[in-house]
Design a binder for this molecule. Structure first.
Ligand SMILES: NC(=O)c1ccc[n+]([C@@H]2O[C@H](COP(=O)([O-])OP(=O)(O)OC[C@H]3O[C@@H](n4cnc5c(N)ncnc54)[C@H](O)[C@@H]3O)[C@@H](O)[C@H]2O)c1
Length: 292
């Protein structure tokens, strides 16, 4: 999509981090911006920031895991700005980290509701109209966790593999149909956002029953104590990620990676599939976090 001026972007998870950076970036390009997020106060403040760059903004409080809420988002966007052109299915959460048998059913449910169902609902609401008009672009936010499988992040990994697969399937189907609608799959590494505090948005009905369940992270191996510190040290800024996404949308590219640090781990994983050897162990996958 080469010309963004005057067109409309819908961004889920728009109140914070990568989604907010998308909104500011696309707003600066002259797009109308529909910002969808579950966190009403943060959304209001974020919308004011994006208006300050001169964009027309519609904030819509939305739960991406809820089909009816996403249907209402589609209606609100069309009513405000007409049919949207750029759909960023970006909202995501990260449940507590820990051995997979210790993750609760609620950890799995919440992660899959937001990170997978949010994308499925978004596609069902927005893709038919994009295909009918034969124009537009869908950006799915996956992760390097959608291309490799980090230990102690099973629910998140599974959700991000699903996100990448959905994006790839959508791309294949659109090419098969001869459509001009494009898809990108964003696979960031570490980005400095508020995702570490994702629990703030966990619905009460999916809360963990006990304190122990909520703190599985405390049982991780000792050498991961520096995890958070290193994570921040190698993090990209959301604004940098948004610039890469803007370039990929304009150039109509599918894969968007944010840095080189994970290339070896991704290659090693793919090589193991080609060679039918065991998948790489944590040293390869967590290397960028543990050794930088
Ligand atoms: N930060 C990273 O290192 C990183 C790396 C790879 C991928 N990602 C992905 O990037 C995306 C954006 O995350 P972020 O890092 O900017 O985190 P963030 O917490 O700063 O932003 C996520 C936004 O999603 C919103 N959200 C949560 N649940 C929602 C729901 N049910 N409905 C609507 N909105 C909801 C939050 O309120 C928040 O505003 C996620 O999909 C995340 O998995 C992040």
């Amino acid at each position: 999509m080469r010309d963004l001026e005057g067109k409309t972007a819908v961004i889920t998870g728009g109140a914070s981090g990568i989604g907010l950076a998308f909104a500011e970036c696309f707003g600066r390009e002259g797009m109308n911006v529909v910002m969808a997020d579950i966190e009403a106060g943060a959304l209001r403040r974020a919308a004011a920031r994006v208006e300050a760059v001169g964009a027309a903004v519609l904030p819509v409080v939305t739960d991406v895991g809820d089909e009816a809420s996403m249907t209402l988002l589609g209606e609100a966007a069309r009513e405000a700005f007409g049919n949207p052109h750029l759909i960023c299915l970006n909202a995501g959460v990260s449940a507590p980290t820990g051995p997979m048998e210790e993750l609760t059913a609620n950890d799995w449910r919440w992660t899959l509701d937001v990170n997978v169902w949010g994308i499925i609902h978004g596609i069902r609401v927005f893709l038919p109209e994009l295909k009918r008009r034969d124009e537009g672009h869908v950006v799915v936010t996956a992760s390097v966790a959608g291309l490799t499988s980090y230990p102690w992040m099973a629910a998140y990994n599974a959700s991000k593999h699903a996100a990448a697969s959905i994006a790839e399937s959508m791309h294949s189907e659109l090419r098969e149909a001869g459509s001009r609608v494009r898809v990108s799959c964003l696979c960031p590494g570490a980005v400095a956002t508020n995702i570490a505090g994702a629990e703030r948005n966990r619905p009460k009905e999916l809360a963990n029953a006990s304190r122990e369940e909520a703190e599985v992270v405390a049982q991780l191996p000792g050498d991961l104590e520096e995890f958070s510190e290193r994570f921040e040290a190698i993090s990209q800024t959301p604004a940098d990620v948004a610039e890469r996404v803007l370039a990929a949308v304009v150039e109509e590219r599918f894969w968007i990676e944010t840095d080189e640090a994970y290339r070896d781990a991704i290659k090693a994983r793919h090589r193991s599939i080609e060679d039918r050897t065991d998948p790489p162990a944590r040293g390869v996958i967590l290397g960028p976090y543990l050794e930088s």
